[in-house]
Write a protein that binds this ligand. Structure first.
Ligand code: KIV
Length: 276
């Protein structure tokens, strides 16, 4: 077989090899311009189903569809060339059976060109993870606060304070790692439990509201850029406050239009210079 083009993207085995080494930096990105900007600086781009809330203003991730994930996944892959791109499987596209999960994952992999998919869940998803990995789909797991189960959990509060729940989360992470997940997101889980999971699994853990002891960290890009308004989740750090800048730019533009200052001579088309 001849291979015409080798990608210079970070590969899934390269991410796995970072266990216990240099921390893995992951950001979400849902659009081509943002994926292009973050790509050189991160090890992986996560096209998370958080896009339902962040981009579409939904109140949870549950209404996100496979077609939405594919459209945004394709944009992120097209606009990036360095970071591995991982795309979330949305609620309802994989929980029914390993076969249903394979059909959804295959569509995502083929139609976006991404490197891997992510799905939420512990022990109950281990069989599905093994089924996908055996069929060529790299899978990132996601345990702890799993937003697709918000109605079962009763909210977005940190998990693992109760020792029995902590044990269940740990067992779930171990089960999906044993099933072949190449990495595991630990979301909203108290520090000691996140550290215990990180010590117990042979694959990188990627924390969000978890622990500095994880093998990497992920944040939602809008929280990093200051685009989430007054909503400032404890787990995130706002590195720049773009919200007021966007608002000021819109205000200046509107004022210019109303005062006939925009468009200026440099913004309009005329006849070619040599026309009589
Ligand atoms: O959907 C998402 O963005 C995620 C991250 C918060 C880990 O799953």
């Amino acid at each position: 077989m001849s291979v015409a083009h080798y990608s210079s993207r970070i590969t899934i085995p390269q991410l796995v090899a970072r266990k216990g080494g240099e921390p893995i930096a992951v950001l979400t990105a849902y659009t081509a311009p943002v994926a292009r900007l973050v790509d050189p600086h991160v090890d992986a781009i996560l096209v998370g189903d958080s896009l339902g809330m962040v981009i579409y203003g939904m109140t949870s991730t549950l209404p996100v569809t496979l077609d939405m994930m594919i459209a945004h996944g394709k944009a992120a892959v097209t606009a990036s060339s360095h970071a591995a791109v991982i795309v979330d499987l949305p609620f309802g596209s994989y929980q029914a059976s390993p076969e249903q999960a394979f059909r959804a994952a295959a569509r995502v992999m083929v139609e976006t060109g991404c490197d891997a998919v992510k799905l939420e869940g512990g022990i109950e998803m281990a069989e599905t993870v093994a089924f996908l990995v055996a069929r060529g789909v790299p899978v990132m797991g996601h345990v702890g606060l799993v937003p697709q189960s918000v109605h079962v959990l009763g909210g977005y509060k940190a998990r693992g304070r109760d020792p029995k729940e902590a044990e269940r989360i740990l067992e779930g992470a171990v089960a999906i790692a044993e099933a072949g997940a190449f990495a595991i997101v630990i979301e909203g889980t108290i520090d000691p439990v996140s550290r215990q999971i990180t010590a117990a699994v042979p694959v990188p853990t990627i924390g969000i509201g978890a622990s500095a002891g994880c093998d990497g960290q992920v944040l939602v890009i809008d929280d990093v850029l200051g685009l989430s308004g007054e909503f400032k989740p404890k787990l995130a750090r706002r590195y720049v406050d773009l919200g007021p800048l966007i608002s000021e730019a819109a205000q200046s533009y509107s004022a210019d239009v109303k005062a006939h200052r925009f468009p200026g001579p440099e913004n309009v088309y005329g006849l070619p210079k040599n026309s009589a």
